[in-house]
Ligand binder design. Structure first.
Ligand SMILES: *[C@@H]1O[C@H](CO)[C@@H](O)[C@H](O)[C@H]1NC(C)=O
Ligand SMILES: *[C@@H]1O[C@H](CO)[C@@H](O)[C@H](O)[C@H]1NC(C)=O
Length: 315
């Protein structure tokens, strides 16, 4: 507005003034989402406010008032299959899921899970994690029984939550995002618990998404870049300086005890940028999702367009 030499320039400057708030759809229940409220509270300097609303990447396809969304790569791929304008622009968190099992059920290796009852949530990143992890021990889906249940964020864990089901021997083990595995191990006693995880085989790639249309709108794009910049500053704090106030902030956002947040912190990597291994990783995952969703698997070339580093390169 400082240099309005031409009327047209002034008008466009004025027109872009009443900026609308950036709206971000995200599940608000999990640790992985917490860099977003932290970034908004401490670092975001867009043209207006940024607001988190309950939702996810599915909202980008159906609701134009949503500008950004956060979800695991699993939900991102499911949506991209039918909405090719969705773009993954940033990795908020990579979470190395854990399968926790009861040694008393005769489990000391992954192969021992043959014939066992394993808690997980089908149709989510956790279901894929179980399939991949047990696959490394040569086990097929038909070699074990999956049992559905709920997560638990804080003790006491109620009926039908995985930690409680493990303690009452309704299941022999379970695998899902934190802190349920941590609370499951505590429920049966650390000495009775055995953990399995394999970061290379599977980690949740909890990402930030937008659409090509949002990125093509210059004012919107500026705010998106500002939000990613604020996330980048947050990830620096979460990675290099997670002091008591950070654990308390995260705990308060998702209803956990700060001590448990601290205990499961090492299972989370606050990544930001991705490496060349992400494309083969999601190509492999999409083959599995294509089967469960009864559709064609996407080609590597198609998936390459899904991964968009433009915003990161603009920071
Ligand atoms: C992860 O799985 C890969 C492939 O099966 C295997 O080579 C690697 O040793 C595993 N890593 C761990 C830590 O078990
Ligand atoms: C992102 O944060 C890192 C610190 O973790 C910093 O070195 C880097 O310059 C930041 N990138 C941008 C583009 O702001």
């Amino acid at each position: 507005m400082k240099h309005c030499f031409f009327v047209v320039g002034c008008l466009s400057a004025i027109a872009s003034l009443p900026a609308t708030a950036l709206r971000i759809a995200s599940s608000l229940q999990w640790i992985e989402h917490t860099p977003q409220p932290y970034a908004i509270k401490n670092f975001y300097k867009g043209s207006s406010t940024a607001t988190l609303v309950s939702g996810g990447v599915a909202n980008l396809g159906s609701d134009r008032s949503i500008d950004l969304a956060a979800n695991a790569e699993t939900q991102g791929l499911k949506q991209y299959a039918s909405h090719k304008n969705i773009r993954l622009i940033y990795i908020i968190c990579e979470a190395s899921y854990r399968l926790v099992a009861n040694k008393a059920a005769g489990i000391s290796t992954l192969a021992d899970l043959k014939g066992k009852r394993i808690g997980t949530m089908q149709g989510t990143s956790a279901g894929y994690f179980i399939n991949k992890l047990l696959g490394t021990a040569g086990l097929q889906d038909s070699d074990y029984r999956t049992v559905s249940g709920n997560v638990c964020m804080k003790t006491p864990c109620g009926a039908n939550t995985f930690p409680q089901m493990l303690a009452s021997k309704q299941i022999d083990g379970f695998g899902i995002w934190e802190p349920a595995p941590e609370l499951g191990a505590r429920a049966i006693g650390a000495d009775n618990a055995i953990f399995f995880q394999n970061y290379t085989i599977y980690r949740e790639v909890y990402s930030l998404y937008t659409t090509q249309e949002k990125l093509a709108d210059p004012a919107m794009r500026k705010d998106i870049v500002a939000f990613v910049k604020a996330l980048n500053q947050t990830l620096d704090v979460f990675t290099n300086n997670p002091d008591a106030s950070v654990y308390e902030f995260v705990a308060s956002k998702v209803g956990m005890d700060p001590e448990v947040v601290k205990a499961v912190w090492p299972e989370h990597k606050w990544s930001g940028r991705w490496g060349p291994d992400l494309l083969p990783f999601i190509t492999e995952e999409d083959k599995y999702l294509a089967k469960t969703d009864r559709r064609q698997a996407m080609s590597s070339a198609d998936l390459e367009k899904f991964l968009d580093t433009e915003v990161l390169d603009e920071l």
